[in-house]
Design a binder for this molecule. Sequence first.
Ligand SMILES: Cc1cc2nc3c(=O)[nH]c(=O)nc-3n(C[C@H](O)[C@H](O)[C@H](O)COP(=O)(O)OP(=O)(O)OC[C@H]3O[C@@H](n4cnc5c(N)ncnc54)[C@H](O)[C@@H]3O)c2cc1C
Length: 362
Amino acid sequence: MFDYLIVGAGFAGSVLAERLAADAGKRVLLVDRRPHIGGNAYDHYDDAGLLVHKYGPHIFHTNSREVFDYLGRFTAWRPYEHRVLASVDGQLLPIPINLDTVNRLYGLGLTALELEQFFAARAEPVESVRTSEDVIVSRIGRELYTKFFRGYTRKQWGLDPGELDASVTARVPIRLNRDDRYFSDTYQAMPSRGYTRLFDRMLAHPNIKVLLGADYRDVAHEVSFRQMIYTGPVDEFFDYRFGKLPYRSLRFDHQTFDRPTFQPAPVVNYPNEHPYTRITEFKYLTGQEHPKTSVVYEYPCDDGDPYYPVPRPENAELYRRYKALADATPGVHFAGRLATYRYYNMDQVVAQALTLYARLRE
Ligand SMILES: Cc1cc2nc3c(=O)[nH]c(=O)nc-3n(C[C@H](O)[C@H](O)[C@H](O)COP(=O)(O)OP(=O)(O)OC[C@H]3O[C@@H](n4cnc5c(N)ncnc54)[C@H](O)[C@@H]3O)c2cc1C
């Protein structure tokens, strides 16, 4: 008899498994239908021996000391501040937009104060900021919006920014200084030996049994357990009773090149050319030294694994109906990005799992 059946071995399921087993002495069966642990954060060594992220680049950053310290029990950290360049008008320019981006794009020598005036002179007044287009156009004007945001968003979401919730671009900073870091969180670091290694250590507890390559529906009737924690898609749990929750997916094209470096930055974004949105070169992220280098191209698409919940009001409404069902299902706790239909970063999922654990312990 298991105390908990946990569905999904990503951050949500694995943190809960670890806490329940190691802190509360519970017996846990952790099931994932993929052949590996780690969920979307899974990394592995490719044929050339380079550490790569199977489901696209995962950069760890958080403002939560609690989350950073908790994960630090299972990994050493390699300090890493992420940087991204965007290919615009034949140049590779820092993104988020900062002082250097504008000065280099237009061949200017503005100061921070002058940049503020530059944006103010171009910003278009918007009565109420509703869409992703409104957010950017009302801050920096239409030209920079068109060069840096419109094409990227159209590719990424298959929708024009004018059709997307303000939340998609609202979290993108625009900087007046020369800070070219992609994130400004207090803690920015990568697990020194990779994410999968971190998960291995998290799950190495005698009270945790891990079953991979198995759908929970094929397992649940064969084992006995007291409660379930479900981190898979919430609409699938309820057999799509109200219809499918829309997701945007990605196709990943992993490639290895017989040279030490491929591009001048960890990530290069392509807002305006090519069908892919960005290329990531993993050696920057992992710090690995190797005569070859591996990269991944990301091609957004509609079909495939569910990656990004599409933030539109009608989808939020559909999720609310599923949430009401979830809240009324006794003995099952829903956690993680798929079960709550939200785009969460890893640290947010870890924080959510720790909060759920605190509630379960009571
Ligand atoms: C392309 C991409 C890039 C990202 N980059 C970053 C980043 O740079 N930084 C960051 O902080 N976050 C990033 N994220 C977000 C990060 O991936 C998530 O926050 C995190 O993986 C969520 O963990 P989770 O446990 O909720 O879900 P997941 O990792 O998706 O785990 C859920 C697991 O449940 C399993 N499952 C589902 N249904 C069943 C079933 N019926 N039976 C058995 N198993 C099942 C799935 O196989 C899956 O392994 C990125 C996400 C994507 C898509």
